[in-house]
Design a protein around this ligand. Structure first.
Ligand code: FES
Ligand code: FES
Length: 153
């Protein structure tokens, strides 16, 4: 089937999409957007987080076909040209990136969090990021990045 959707503000089409194919696969392998990471493919790690019609989803759990006619924002859609998105900049400034594999999903999830709760408390940060696993940082610097991004919004 053909899937037509708006990705990062641009109308995009993917042909020959298999009905069981995930949105994650469509984004990475058909639309050339590798920023969204593939780690568990089971909805456990959050590395594949994107916004689908403004809702945070694990793109490995969404069928590509479900995005047909809808709007997707990936981590590639957050920066403004060469200027990093404030959440991306905060991750850099806070030193919250080690191997970086979790970072795109976290950046999307934090962007979603701050759009809903501009000045979140620790419990709200903890709950919002509970679906995003990081094996490197111990999370302290990720929390610092969230607070920094909230300050600079
Ligand atoms: S790859 Fe989707 S949640 Fe892990
Ligand atoms: S920085 Fe390596 S998994 Fe988070």
């Amino acid at each position: 089937m053909r899937v037509t959707c708006v990705v990062n503000g641009e109308r995009r089409e993917a042909d020959d999409v298999w009905p069981g194919e995930s949105l994650l696969y469509v984004l990475r392998e058909r639309l050339g957007l590798p920023g969204t990471k593939n780690a568990c493919e089971q909805g456990e790690c959050g590395s594949c987080s994107v916004l689908l019609d403004g809702e945070l989803v694990c793109s490995c759990l969404v069928l590509g076909a479900q995005a047909d006619g809808h709007e997707v924002v990936t981590v590639e859609g957050l920066a403004d040209g060469d200027a990093l998105h404030p959440v991306q900049q905060a991750f850099v400034d806070a030193g919250a990136v080690q191997c970086g594999f979790c970072t795109p999903g976290l950046v999307v999830a934090v962007t979603d969090l701050l759009a809903r709760i501009p000045d979140p408390g620790d419990d709200e940060i903890r709950e919002a990021l509970s679906g995003n696993l990081c094996r490197c940082t111990g999370y302290a610097k990720i929390f610092d990045a969230v607070r920094l991004a909230a300050e600079h919004r």
